[in-house]
Design a protein around this ligand. Structure first.
Ligand code: UDP
Length: 238
């Protein structure tokens, strides 16, 4: 078997990815499935860091739309990601995968604080690292946290796992003539306003030449195939 194309990956999972068909919260069956796939990737010797979202529980924008102070609502959103992080850790450890949750907002009795060198050390020791609480700052998203943490831990690639199998010229649900990009540049994504990751995250990746693979989380084995160097989904690069 040829070696993996990437040795350290940053997986971005949205909060919605964890809720399955429930419409809210965390579906244990989905967590189990994701944990199973992450365990498989780790078994081939790939180091895995995960940035987890919180949209299945709370989004700052939704709170501020209902009159809350935006920063306060964003802190609630970040706390939601910590809950998801713990759920993911639980699922992974049930699969025998040693996992550490590192949070950008300190809460020492729940999770370790984010310390960059410690995160790298965990990865080197074969532990899966789950980054929670986004960047720790309001007005950001967990996509931006994914870009930031990928750079900080020197990941080779960001795997953005979504509900669609890549980036399309338009929303394929609304426009049946939409086609999928196999490869696209950061600038094209920004200029065309494609909803891959938010503009801050894309710009950060562009400035630091961090490749992004957008793939369908629901198709089993996709993450492993992408890591082994198969073309899966859409690749965003220079
Ligand atoms: N959030 C934040 N700063 C960050 C990351 C997240 O304020 O660095 C808040 C923001 O309110 C966001 C919520 O946490 O709406 C949940 O994150 P996100 O919407 O990125 O989750 P996802 O869409 O990936 O589930």
């Amino acid at each position: 078997m040829s070696p993996p194309a990437y040795s350290r990956v940053l997986l971005k999972l949205s909060g919605e990815a964890l809720m399955g068909d429930q419409g809210y919260g965390v579906d244990p069956a989905v967590v189990t499935r994701i944990a199973d796939e992450v365990a498989e990737i780790r078994d081939i010797g790939v180091q895995v860091a995960i940035v987890i979202g919180g949209g299945n529980i709370f989004r700052g924008m939704a709170g501020s739309a209902r009159g809350m102070d935006r920063a306060t609502a964003d802190y609630m959103g970040m706390l939601a990601t910590v809950m998801n992080g713990l759920a993911l850790q639980d699922g992974l450890e049930h699969h025998g995968v040693p996992t550490r949750v590192l949070t950008a907002i300190e809460m020492r009795s729940v999770a370790e604080p984010f310390i960059r060198r410690r995160a790298i050390r965990h990865l080197e020791k074969g532990r899966v690292v789950v980054f929670a609480a986004g960047t720790g700052n309001p007005y950001f998203t967990t996509d931006t946290a994914a870009a930031l943490r990928a750079m900080e831990v020197k990941a080779d690639v960001i795997l953005k796992a979504t509900k669609v199998d890549g980036i399309y010229t338009a929303d394929p649900k609304q426009d049946p003539s939409a086609t999928r990009y196999d490869r696209i540049t950061y600038l094209q994504v920004l200029e065309q306003g494609l909803k891959v990751m938010d503009a801050t995250a894309i710009s950060l990746c562009m400035d630091n030449k961090m490749p992004i693979v957008v793939l369908d989380l629901n198709e089993r084995g996709n993450m492993r195939r992408a890591i082994m160097g198969e073309h899966v989904g859409s690749l965003v690069t220079v």
